[in-house]
Design a protein around this ligand. Sequence first.
Ligand code: BTN
Length: 258
Amino acid sequence: MITIDTNKLATGWVGQNWIKLKEVNSTNEYLKQHGVSLPDGTVVTAQCQTEGRGRGGSHWNSDHNGALYLSVLLKNCPKIRSLPLVMGLAAARAVEKLSGIDCQIKWPNDIILQNKKLAGILCESRIMGASQYAVCGIGVNVLQPQSYFDACHLPYGISIFAASGLDCSVLTVGTKILEELEPLIELYRTQGFVALKQDYRLHSATVGKQIRLITADGEELGEAVDLTEEGELICKISGKLKVVTAGEVSIRGLYGYV
Ligand code: BTN
């Protein structure tokens, strides 16, 4: 077993104000409530969340189980829509560096390790009078053994430990993600997603794959062919190109979709 434990944070502003809580309803909710009076880049982590939230209003299992629950407050982010992709790229890079295993991103923002879900991302925004800020939250499975996912009936869940045998603290994973995130956010703020597109594409589990697109209008089958400069997914459906901005995209061969 390899053990890594370092909580020294080598950033200029992301996480320099880091609020570490034992328990909270949701780290995203905490920052949405208090964000207006907190500095840009404030980070909140909690050992467990009582009302952890996933995408599409779903519940995010957040017991005291060896997972990371982390949210970052971002002010002055002009385009919030591609933020989940930026956080996804930061997380994929950090996990690759820690575990030595290639990490992929299922568009827009599931982190995939060994074809299973390692992490999920939920970005939200809040408008308070004249000020608007974004909260970018991530839940990463760090230390759970494979038996945890079996017991929770999560056949497509995996942790860093279960995949690689790496025993590193939850806060070390948080630290590494924040160190990757800061330069990506700076690039994103000045140049937009286009500056990150090439690396995101290299990590994409979706581009080049057969997909099933589920939107409010129904279900369509096709192929994911590329990303726009804003990070939207370009799909070929019934011979026609379609830009997908939202909705659920299943990848053939992943999470049991055949
Ligand atoms: C998903 O559905 O895949 C997104 C899950 C996002 C979970 C994280 S955990 C930290 C932050 N706080 C929340 O309540 N949700 C996000």
